[in-house]
Design a protein. Structure first.
Lengths: 377, 535
């Protein structure tokens, strides 16, 4: 009886494989780890030119004895023209000996032209693909994605790691949009295609990530520069660090402040024809650099704090104004705030929010505290 | 049918069939010494190691008390026989007037006044007598008496008490059990000087008639468990018991399981500790391995040293053991599942470096792991079988060949070598070898599961393992207790070992009669402690 049960259990567990057909076994050395996916507009038709880069594992192993080693790039890059990213990946199976594997994909780069045409293709691909690493990064390249992938960096073995790791420096600058594929997918659906993505500018030997690409209704409409992005990040409460530089009247050298701690609060002050929002960042900062002869006492600290507040107010307003006037796209979360916290008021604005947003009144009330003043008085 | 039936029937009529020689016990001794010797020789015909020494007691001129001394060469202490039996009866007896004593009076005289042997017994049947002789006693048959004396002269070549080979400790007693039943019982008795320590001996084996002792402390051990052990032992009908492993497999609850349902030890201190916790010991003659029942999975992870060392260290070491056990079961299967099914779960750098090491390896990860694990098992087995000094070389040669050369030749990847080495070492970090070897077997099963279904398979395996462990019992005690009947007190001596003064109660799994282990005896402040009565 017991034996019969055991045999039955055994047969049933075997049936799992026979019935479901789940046989995913592909050894690690039979896969290509795609690091980057680059998406450009193809020269012909409406198609996309998709480029995949992947490390050639044999070459990066660093085992001299294995032969092969020296010479040639450690990164292979293949591109094809196809209707969609998935189709491009499938086309690759005609040309590559191994399976493309996306779970280690770190970076998805969208070329400027392709982004202007619309990023729905990318969103479709990401929303259905089960392999893509959701902690990867997605950004828009100023120029062509191809050019960004061509950059031969000397810093990291993997191109994708190089780009993705730049985002880790977010703690020190906050001048780009820190967003993962997962965040992107969440917000792109809830905002119907209005998002900010980081901007990547390819250089000769390296790339630079800074500023933001403004996506409105799944299409790239323009760019924010680094400082405007910082301002937007203040509103979004996504600033984690970074330096602020300003000159005090009558001094030759600027004061540099480093943000240590920050919290931003957004609130609705007034709901007239146009709503009025108040943004109040609370900043704790350290003094990093001052002019040589600066004497820091109570009064000086007060004036520094005041100047810092002023500086932050300016930065924020500049970013917000640009989004309101130039792009007229609410990626700042005003609508979201109303929807979440004041649904009654949101009911009133919802229909015509696109037209209301550019005229929303924004006041900024920064409170800054200086904590550390450095090594000397 | 036919032939087995007749064989069975014929066997039943054979003379040496019953393990305690019951039929022969009905065969009474005769009064005539020649008659008795004749029967005796019938029993032990063709036994060339039998010694029969006939002699006349006291002064041969005066008396006509014929006697015969029977024993087996090599099983008796020759000095004892010479000095205490032969000399007493032949020389010292001359000073005793014997002429007129006959019958019972004569026997009493010999027993009380002449024989200087420490232990003797009287018997009136051949069964007992023959068995005693075969056990190393000396039989003394006296003319004109239908009773014989059994003199304890056991003394054969034996190994002394040595340090146990399989359970070495850094701190703790160095003596270990030997192959002699009495010595083993004595080693335990020496530690527990308590009249409540009971020793019940059962003879098992139709031919070997091995002494199997059941030891327990009355008032601590649960009587129903003791009864169950005795009941199961009495049921065993086997031709021979050469090692306690026979007993273990004959009376265990579940023979399908990979897990031993007894703890086995070579150390008297472990045995004594087990008795104090309310366990039952099964000591088997001719083997130094003593069985402890009932047992739980967790007690197999405990070592005697856990209680001798400070509790921080003991707890850390225990944690390490559990971690090692997890590695021992699942390390290769996890690796295979990750590499062959879910490389996305590895950090990118690791995935790439694993990929790089696998570059050029002709086999799939599963086959690679199987090759390495099997060759390791072969090495281990060969290392045990080979004589000592060569065994060492096999380790080195095997390590070099399998490790270095196989990697160089590109048959396996270096990561696999590291992994299998860690796996093997981990499996032997578990103090009980029977569990360790069970884990090695499980490793293979998990590996196969991982190779057909990835992590899903591994989880399936763990699920099955859990189901099995939950249902497994050792003498009615759940194998996973005290986790299974979750009680906080049980956790004090499980994965960590709480400070000794806080272990006031005996473990729950033995269902002890007396639960209290100690009273609060901690010294509260310096000099404030009561005087201890350490005897």
């Amino acid at each position: 009886m017991k034996l019969r049960k055991i045999i039955l259990a055994g047969l049933l567990s075997i049936a799992i494989f026979a019935v479901s057909g789940c046989w995913d076994m592909v050894d690690i050395d039979r896969r290509f780890f795609v690091g980057n996916i680059g998406i450009d507009k193809a020269a012909v038709d409406d198609k996309l030119k998709v480029e995949f880069t992947m490390p050639i594992v044999r070459k990066i192993s660093g085992e001299g004895g294995q032969g092969g080693g020296g010479g040639g790039s450690t990164i292979a890059s293949v591109s094809t023209v196809a209707d969609s990213i998935h189709a491009a990946a499938r086309q690759m199976s005609h040309r590559l000996s191994r399976r493309l594997f996306f779970e280690h994909t770190r970076v998805i780069l969208i070329g400027e032209e392709a982004a202007r045409d619309g990023i729905e293709g990318v969103v479709n691909f990401l929303s259905r693909n089960t392999e893509i690493n959701r902690r990867g990064r997605i950004m828009v390249v100023k120029g062509k994605a191809e050019d960004a992938l061509k950059v031969k960096n000397e810093y990291e073995t993997l191109h994708a790691m190089y780009i993705a790791n730049i985002f880790e420096n977010w703690m020190f600058c906050s001048k780009f949009i820190e967003i993962t594929i997962d965040d992107f997918m969440k917000s792109v659906y809830s905002t119907k295609g209005n998002v900010l993505l980081s901007r990547l500018t390819p250089g000769k030997m390296d790339v630079s990530i800074g500023g933001a690409a403004v996506i409105k209704n799944y299409k790239l409409v323009g760019w924010l520069d680094e400082n405007e992005t910082l301002g937007v990040n203040f509103v979004l409460g996504k600033v984690r660090g970074g330096d602020l530089t300003f000159k005090q009247p009558g001094e030759d050298y600027p004061v540099v402040m480093s943000i240590i701690q920050i919290s931003t609060k957004m609130e609705l002050v007034e709901a007239g024809t146009y709503p009025k929002f108040k943004i109040s960042p609370r900043i704790v900062a350290d003094i990093v650099e001052t002019p040589v002869d600066a004497k820091i006492d109570g009064d000086k600290l007060k004036s520094l704090e005041k100047d810092l507040e002023e500086k932050v107010n300016q930065i924020i307003l500049k970013g917000v104004k640009k989004l309101q006037k130039e792009f007229q796209v609410d990626v700042l979360g005003f609508g979201e705030y109303l929807y979440k916290y004041r649904p009654d008021i949101w009911e009133y604005y919802r229909e015509d929010w696109e037209n209301i947003f550019p005229d929303v009144e924004v006041v900024v009330d920064t409170k800054a505290t200086i904590r550390g003043i450095g090594a000397s008085l | 049918m036919g032939i087995f039936d007749t064989l069975g029937k014929r066997k039943k009529t054979e003379i040496f069939f019953e393990r305690d020689m019951t039929p022969d016990k009905n065969r009474k001794l005769y009064k005539d010494i020649d008659e008795n010797l004749k029967v005796f020789k019938e029993y032990l015909a063709d036994c060339d190691d039998l010694i029969i020494r006939e002699f006349v007691m006291g002064n041969p001129d005066k008396t006509k008390h014929r006697m015969a001394m029977i024993n087996i060469d090599g099983l008796v202490d020759k000095r004892l026989v010479h000095e205490e039996i032969m000399k007493s009866l032949m020389l010292h007896a001359r000073q005793t007037p014997l002429e007129h004593s006959v019958g019972d009076k004569f026997l009493q005289l010999i027993k009380v006044g002449l024989l200087t042997v420490a232990e003797l017994k009287e018997t009136d049947n051949f069964g007992e007598l023959v068995l005693a002789v075969l056990c190393g006693d000396t039989a003394l048959i006296i003319d004109k008496l239908d009773r014989a004396l059994i003199l304890n002269t056991k003394g054969w070549e034996k190994r002394g008490v040595e340090e146990p080979q399989t359970e070495s400790v850094i701190r703790g007693p160095r003596d270990g059990f030997t192959e002699t039943y009495r010595v083993n019982v004595a080693l335990v008795r020496r530690r527990i000087k308590d009249p409540n320590l009971k020793v019940k001996t059962v003879r098992i084996g139709r031919h070997t008639r091995t002494d199997v002792g059941v030891l327990y402390i009355k008032g601590i051990a649960n009587p129903s468990i003791v009864e169950e052990v005795l009941k199961r032992l009495n049921k065993v009908d086997i031709d021979g018991v050469l090692e306690s492993g026979y007993i273990e497999q004959m009376i265990e609850d579940n023979w399908v399981s990979f897990f031993p349902q007894f703890r086995r030890t070579e150390r008297p201190d472990v045995a004594a500790a087990a008795l104090l916790e309310g366990n039952v010991l099964i000591i088997c003659d001719t083997t130094p391995f003593v069985l402890i029942a009932p047992t739980t999975l967790f007690s197999l992870f405990h070592s005697s040293e856990d209680y001798y060392e400070r509790w921080y260290i003991a707890s850390l070491i225990r944690l390490l053991r559990f971690a090692a056990a997890a590695l021992a079961i699942a390390a290769p299967s996890f690796y295979v599942a990750m590499v062959a099914y879910h490389p996305g779960m590895l950090p990118t750098d690791l995935a790439l470096s694993i990929g790089a090491t696998r570059e050029g390896v002709p086999f799939s990860t599963t086959v690679e792991a199987l090759i390495m694990m099997l060759s390791l098992e072969v090495l281990r087995e060969a290392g045990i079988r080979l004589p000592g000094p060569i065994g060492q070389t096999i380790g080195i040669v095997g390590g070099l060949v399998v490790g270095e050369a196989a990697v160089r030749a590109g048959i396996v990847s270096p990561i696999m070598v590291i992994l299998i080495a860690i796996n093997a070492i981990s499996s032997f970090a578990v103090p009980n070898f029977s569990v360790a070897i069970g884990f090695r077997l499980l490793t293979f099963i998990f590996l196969i599961l991982a190779s057909v279904a990835g992590l899903y398979g591994v989880m399936l395996g763990f699920l099955g393992l859990t189901v099995h462990l939950v249902t497994l019992k050792s003498f009615g005690v759940p194998y996973l207790s005290p986790v299974i009947s979750f009680k906080f007190t049980g956790l004090r001596d499980l994965v960590v070992r709480a400070p000794l003064p806080s272990l006031k109660e005996r473990p729950e799994y033995t269902v002890p009669v007396d639960k209290t282990r100690m009273r609060d005896s901690r010294v509260k402040e310096r000099g404030g402690g009561e005087e201890n009565d350490n005897g």
